[in-house]
Design a protein around this ligand. Sequence first.
Ligand code: FAD
Length: 307
Amino acid sequence: MGRSALFDKLPGILAAEPLAQHLAFGIGGEAQWYWECADVDKMEDIVRKCSGEGVPLTVLGAGSNTLVGDAGISGFVVKMVDKRTSVDREHGTITAHAGAMMPRLALDAAKSGCSGLEFGIGIPGTVGGSVLGNAGAFGKEIRDVLLSCDVLLPTGERRTLAAADCGFAYRTSIFKHAYSGATVLRAVFGVTQGEPQRIKAHIDSLSAERKSSQPYGKKSLGSTFKNPGGQKAGMLLEQAHCKGMRFGGAHVSEKHANFIINDAHGSAADVVKLVTQMHEAVFNEMGIDLEPEIVMLGTFRTKEDAS
Ligand SMILES: Cc1cc2nc3c(=O)[nH]c(=O)nc-3n(C[C@H](O)[C@H](O)[C@H](O)COP(=O)(O)OP(=O)(O)OC[C@H]3O[C@@H](n4cnc5c(N)ncnc54)[C@H](O)[C@@H]3O)c2cc1C
């Protein structure tokens, strides 16, 4: 694929950029071209040009739910870092751009006396990634608080979608299906007014609850598998003796059997082997076909595998 004129004009664009250093999990090969988007309004031009020139476009947030293959991602990879947020007290809304981090949003909302986004403290990803996956924690999901979001379709056409039109269900949305390839630019959340100290105290209690039940301060992707019909995937994996399972530099957390930890030198191949083994363990023991919650992007075959 030749270097497009689009890329020559973009300040800050990097070729053959290792993605591991830009992703929360610390695993992933190179992006053919990599760029950080600090202003979502620049995306329209990029989406149109990528579409016009047939260059694949991949949009990433914090990478807290994404396993990128060891052979990287071909085409143009954009990491969303537009973290701007604004509060509209009169209408009871907070607008957050795609790169805003959910925990920061929860804390900033609390400081402004806005309640409703406290659950974001448990989701170490961006607003864009969280809308795509209808992220949720502590009994609340994005669909409970989102009013609308601005998106770009793969053609570059802008749309504002009401939450009711986003096809939200458990850890999924229309952006994983009919609108696959759309870029989430910003989201508008409905909030209620409250006492900042009380909201912050609620956040602190949720945070403490998380730290007691999940590995904290380690490189992971959160839940590897979705909870199947009313059951806890973590419990099933524990019963199938997955805790402590290891491949190369990745292992299943001893604290929570649905979490894979990268020990700093893990590869995507290690993680894939672990995911396969965990899935098999539960299937063989209980006949339950666990569905991955993590997203896998890019090329997983290495050059050695291919030869
Ligand atoms: C310790 C830990 C705890 C976690 N706990 C939870 C939890 O309680 N609940 C929960 O739901 N998740 C949880 N997660 C998973 C993760 O934080 C969420 O899924 C989060 O919403 C992902 O956001 P991200 O920015 O990291 O997305 P990424 O991993 O960067 O991307 C995820 C997907 O979204 C796409 N994407 C990202 N940004 C955009 C955009 N702007 N437009 C279009 N597509 C986009 C990517 O292409 C990819 O397909 C946890 C993860 C960790 C590491």
